[in-house]
Design a protein around this ligand. Structure first.
Ligand SMILES: NC(=O)c1ccc[n+]([C@@H]2O[C@H](COP(=O)([O-])OP(=O)(O)OC[C@H]3O[C@@H](n4cnc5c(N)ncnc54)[C@H](OP(=O)(O)O)[C@@H]3O)[C@@H](O)[C@H]2O)c1
Length: 359
């Protein structure tokens, strides 16, 4: 079947979905908007005068029908651990390129393992097209280019923003799982916030940061081949204490009734950044690689606010997949578009630093 619809955005009425739709329209695209709620999907489609399609991801037949004529799906409905499987199957069946905005390690690992199937169908799987992991993935690839025999990668970030409902839901979903790092090529579970450090992000203050299970623990391995990876996030001390306490109660946090309760709380508390923060907020990233001889390289990246950046990078990635290309299979952002991909976005600055020798 000829693919007559270039782009379909699923989860279009979510917080981040709406930002992505606005960015796609700003760029002159006419995406088809989709979601599971008939009212909410119709409302956003009407706002922009766009076509819309309503279907549940549980309905495999409807999902396939909706994707039959679509070249690229930009999937914004998460937690992605609950949505990735049906969407992937429909993409394989209909030969539709798959792009999402996940940051979930399990989802990256799952899709990486499906690379062969995607190659056989001639489609690209490109998860992590948002703040997690585009800037950190490009930073990791840049550092690897500076020290090709690096065997250890440490990444850290600080976001000046406010969490959205969906990000909070995804965190609740993963609360019982603790932390994760990559050691000797394998992803290893560690206690939540098991290491802390003090970090200079170049924003004029020294920040406390804790080890977190960020997407790069999965993706940076595919991008760089570096076998030891850890990611830190700047967090206030009381939050780090809470994460550690929660880990002790992780068996409880895995119960669906507790998850439901926490999601209800999150729904009230987390509304995402407002317009001003979206426009003025910034994110700071830092990375370091070390080789077995003790040599090191470090760099920083400054980017726009995380949710806003997500809208820019996700739409750009979808656009690039709509252009003629020879890619098929699983890709990380830097594998697909190079380490300097992130520098194409306004407000992004990369600074190489003179590092301390390896400790
Ligand atoms: N990588 C990044 O940097 C980045 C940036 C932003 C967001 N995210 C992730 O993106 C996801 C969405 O975030 P958000 O802020 O947009 O959240 P949100 O405002 O809660 O929106 C979530 C959207 O997904 C839909 N959805 C959720 N589960 C679904 C399912 N099983 N089937 C169909 N639709 C489903 C929701 O529909 P209903 O309202 O009908 O439930 C809603 O449209 C989260 O997982 C978040 O962590 C990642």
């Amino acid at each position: 079947m000829t693919k007559t619809t270039p782009l379909l955005i699923y989860g279009a009425y979510g917080f981040t979905g709406k930002l992505i739709v606005a960015e796609a329209v700003r760029r002159g695209l006419r995406p088809v908007l989709a979601g599971r709620s008939p009212e909410k999907t119709a409302a956003i489609a009407q706002q922009y005068g766009l076509e819309h399609r309503v279907f549940s991801l549980d309905d495999g037949i409807a999902l396939q029908q909706a994707l039959n004529d679509v070249q690229v799906i930009l999937q914004c409905a998460g937690p992605f651990i609950h949505t990735v499987r049906p969407v992937l199957e429909a993409c394989l069946a209909t030969r539709t390129h798959y792009v999402d905005i996940t940051g979930e390690i399990e989802v990256f690992e799952y899709l990486a393992a499906q690379s062969g199937r995607a190659e056989a169908r001639g489609i690209v799987l490109l998860p992590g097209s948002g703040f997690d992991v585009v800037p950190s993935d490009c930073l990791a690839a840049h550092l690897k280019s500076l020290l090709p025999d690096a065997h250890k990668l440490t990444l850290a970030f600080k976001g000046v923003s406010r969490m959205s409902r969906g990000t909070a839901f995804t965190m609740v979903e993963n609360l019982g799982k603790g932390g994760a790092v990559r050691r000797n090529g394998k992803i290893v579970e560690v206690p939540a916030a098991h290491e802390t450090t003090r970090m200079d992000f170049g924003d004029g203050e020294i920040s406390m940061a804790a080890s977190i299970p960020w997407g790069d623990v999965s993706t940076a391995y595919y991008s760089t081949g570096i076998p030891n990876i850890q990611v830190f996030m700047a967090l206030p001390k009381p939050m780090i204490d809470q994460m550690r306490k929660a880990y002790r109660w992780r068996w409880l946090l895995k119960l669906s009734s507790i998850k439901k309760y926490l999601k209800k709380q999150a729904e009230k508390r987390f509304t995402g950044p407002d317009k001003q923060l979206l426009k003025e907020g910034k994110s700071y990233l830092w990375g370091r690689v070390e080789n077995p001889q003790g040599e090191a390289r470090e760099a920083r990246l400054i980017t726009p606010e995380g949710y806003y950046l997500t809208s820019l990078t996700a739409v750009e990635i979808a656009c690039r997949l709509l252009e003629p290309h020879r890619m098929k299979g699983f890709y990380t952002p830097s594998k697909a578009f190079g380490k300097d991909f992130i520098l194409a976005f306004e407000g992004v600055k990369r600074i190489d630093l003179t590092p301390e020798p390896a400790r």
